[in-house]
Design a binder for this molecule. Structure first.
Ligand code: SF4
Ligand code: SF4
Length: 305
């Protein structure tokens, strides 16, 4: 039995936005960045976590009784339920005890073989649609040993392989994976390093350097999540296009992904505050404006994934 295990947040079947054809998206846990707009905050942490869906909770208190760590409490006014996340071990007892399915675990360990079993059930759909599997996160490169073995298994069974990554990792972690990948998606978030650091917690230097190297090796698509007030200026899009023009011949193009608030409820489920709640998604006109700028540099670009 393989001793390597990967911590996976969830598996999304029949995805059509993460590469060619019909795909299975494997969402890994753990990320070295802390993007303010992150729509999947449950992927940031490298351990299992409990989501509490408050709209389903009837405050019965079964989870309080079930918790071996005394991590679940009633709020002072007696109307709500609170989970002490410093004490919670993610054991899942409270999930099993909840009569309303108001609690979920994010994070399950799989060996590469177990994960392959999960995705290969849908091989017929991949074959018919020119699809395959895409591993995203979080940051899949944080679990590079698991990733390498899983991708290698898929490849040996002729399943098309891709990853979505921040590319914030040492090149030594990325290079051995490339021969197991048919294509790669990398976020290009902001060309200004100071802004990049302020909004994601890390510098963009290593990311840009890795993008350059990858663009010489395997098909690469850059993705710009367009976040109002962060990177949606004409200047940033122009600088991104100028950078893209310098990339190697495996660079395929850029996808502009408009900011959305679809993940906002998961902050509440994790008892976290969402700091961009007053940010309004970019208009169609503004996205078209940015697309035109990108195309004016001769870059293959489109809106959406
Ligand atoms: S067991 Fe479920 S429904 Fe009952 S208080 Fe806990 S989360 Fe709410
Ligand atoms: S996952 Fe386990 S430790 Fe955490 S709150 Fe639920 S029962 Fe308690």
């Amino acid at each position: 039995m393989n001793s390597i295990k990967g911590l996976v947040s969830r598996i999304e079947r029949f995805s059509i936005h993460d590469g060619t054809g019909i795909r299975t998206l494997v969402v890994m846990k753990g990320c070295p960045l802390k993007c303010r707009w992150c729509s999947a905050p449950y992927t940031q942490q490298t351990t299992t976590q409990i989501l509490h869906i408050k709209s389903c909770c009837n405050h019965c208190g079964q989870c309080i009784t079930a918790c071996p760590e005394q991590a679940v409490h009633r709020l002072d006014e007696g109307t709500g339920i609170q989970t002490d996340r410093c004490v919670c071990t993610g054991c899942g007892n409270c999930v099993d005890s909840c009569p309303e399915q108001a609690r979920e675990v994010s994070g399950q360990y799989y060996t590469p073989e177990e994960m392959f079993e999960q995705v290969q059930k849908y091989a017929v759909f991949y074959r018919r649609s020119n699809g395959g599997i895409t591993v995203g996160g979080g940051e899949p490169l944080l679990q590079s040993e698991f990733l390498k073995e899983f991708l290698s298994l898929c490849q040996s069974h002729f399943i098309h392989t891709a990853i979505e990554t921040t590319a914030f990792a040492p090149w030594e972690k990325i290079a051995p994976l490339l021969k197991h990948l048919e294509m790669i998606f990398v976020d290009l978030k902001q060309m200004n390093d100071k802004m990049h650091f302020q909004w994601t917690g890390v510098s963009n230097g290593r990311i840009l350097e890795n993008i350059r190297k990858i663009s010489e090796k395997i098909p690469l698509v850059l993705r710009i999540p367009v976040i109002p007030g962060f990177n949606d200026s004409a200047q940033n899009i122009s600088e991104s296009a100028e950078f893209a023009k310098t990339l190697g011949n495996r660079f395929m193009g850029i996808e502009l992904l408009p900011y959305h608030q679809l993940g906002i409820h998961t902050y509440e489920e994790l008892d976290r505050e969402y700091t961009l709640k007053n940010t309004i998604p970019p208009t169609d006109d503004h996205m078209a404006y940015l697309l035109n700028i990108m195309r004016s540099y001769g870059i293959e670009a489109r809106i959406g994934g």
